[in-house]
Design a protein around this ligand. Structure first.
Ligand SMILES: [Zn+2]
Length: 381
């Protein structure tokens, strides 16, 4: 039995809805995508495991592997897409449409097509000839809570020595990205009539001091950390949302600030959270305001793979490009924690990801299949 032809595979993956979202009204199972991949990987001769994700009903990871050995290559991607705005699409997001030498559909660039390209790259390959294992890894919920990658980490399973994640990088290798974390800072005071400040405790005035301190912290972080390989070479901290109080003539009883922090490789999310908490506790000590800091999601760690790693060097040779950095987060830090030297290299473009009328250029397909075959040759044959 053989796998379907390439374009029909992409077509079926796009037609299988797998939106993941922290909003329950959008969130869907990824089972249909996983089932397609499981069937095709079995046809191609892989040993297939479908792994339900504990605590997340109807979400699955897939591990399909062939060959044995201490090294090996893992080709990894996420099966989910972001939600879509149907009004802004020119065609049905779940129907693959070819137009102007492009394939349009939700998840073409980011990143369901990648799986079909992996299966295309191994078509006709005698898996019994593998000297090191080749694994296809497909995860759930990368776009929402990363529970797929996290559950793999919890099983602490060894999958291979090297990994390539096919996120959209325009066929250029990427070996580092920043992390992402968010914090919600709340100050609780007491309301009262504005005519007498002694009647209340003003949370808005407290937040003014908090913002001053956070901006000073940002300056310190940017003075301490710099990496010229990034387009924005310092860690960033954005004040993204603030809400407090109700009326000009009432003392503001509570105020909430939301910030986004993007650390460089080498900066640890937990350390940053602790540092922020210590600073703000110190700032607010002696005040009647109560401070609350909430981390709304676990965050994505930064990642960096050494420039002289075998996977980086091989990909640089195959593509003719020096490995660089990107501004988005991926599952790479989780794969690295599982012991894999990880590179990000995929056929799509990040400009198309998360956009209406997402597409992948047809001219990207054969080069990516060729790159995958080169990687498999280098690490498995
Ligand atoms: Zn993606």
């Amino acid at each position: 039995m053989s796998t379907p032809a390439l374009i029909p595979m992409i077509e079926q993956l796009i037609a299988a809805p797998s939106v993941s979202s922290i909003s329950p009204q959008w969130d869907q199972s990824n089972e249909q995508v996983i089932q397609h991949l499981a069937d095709w990987c079995r046809s191609a001769g892989f040993q297939v495991e479908v792994l339900p994700i504990p605590g997340h009903a109807s979400k699955f990871n897939l591990v399909a592997s062939a060959g044995k050995g201490p090294g090996g290559l893992v080709l990894s991607g996420h099966t989910d897409t972001v939600p879509y705005d149907e009004q802004r699409w020119q065609s049905d997001p779940f129907r693959l449409v070819e137009r102007d030498n492009r394939l349009y559909g939700l998840g073409t660039s980011d990143m369901k097509a990648f799986f079909a390209l992996v299966l295309e790259a191994v078509r006709g390959l005698d898996l019994s000839q593998l000297k090191q294992p080749l694994t296809l890894l497909a995860t759930a919920d990368e776009e929402s809570n990363m529970c797929g990658a996290q559950s793999l980490l919890e099983t602490n399973r060894r999958l291979g020595r090297y990994a390539v994640i096919g996120e959209p990088t325009g066929l250029k290798p990427v070996r580092m990205h920043k992390g992402i974390s968010m914090e919600i800072i709340r100050l609780h005071g007491r309301s009262g009539h504005s005519s007498n400040p002694a009647l209340g405790v003003n949370a808005l005035e407290g937040m003014y001091r908090v913002i001053g301190d956070i901006l000073a912290w940002r300056d310190e972080l940017q003075a301490r950390h710099k990496n010229p390989l990034f387009e924005v070479e310092v860690p960033t901290l954005n004040l993204g949302h603030i809400h407090g109080g109700d009326n000009p003539n009432r003392i503001c009883a509570s105020c909430e600030l939301q910030i986004d922090l993007r650390p460089l490789p080498g900066m640890v999310l937990q350390d940053l959270h602790d540092e922020l908490a210590q600073r703000l506790e110190r700032l607010m000590s002696g005040s009647e305001l109560r401070l609350e800091i909430i981390t709304p999601f676990p965050g994505i760690p930064s990642m960096e793979t050494a420039a002289d790693s075998e996977i980086v060097r091989t990909a640089e040779q195959l593509t003719g490009h020096t490995a660089s950095s990107v501004a988005f987060g991926t599952e790479a830090p989780y794969l690295q924690q599982l012991g894999m030297e990880t590179l990000i290299l995929g056929p799509g473009d990040i400009d198309q990801a998360h956009q209406p009328n997402e597409f992948i250029g047809l001219e990207r397909i054969q080069p990516m299949v060729g790159l995958l075959q080169g990687l498999i040759r280098s690490f498995c044959l």
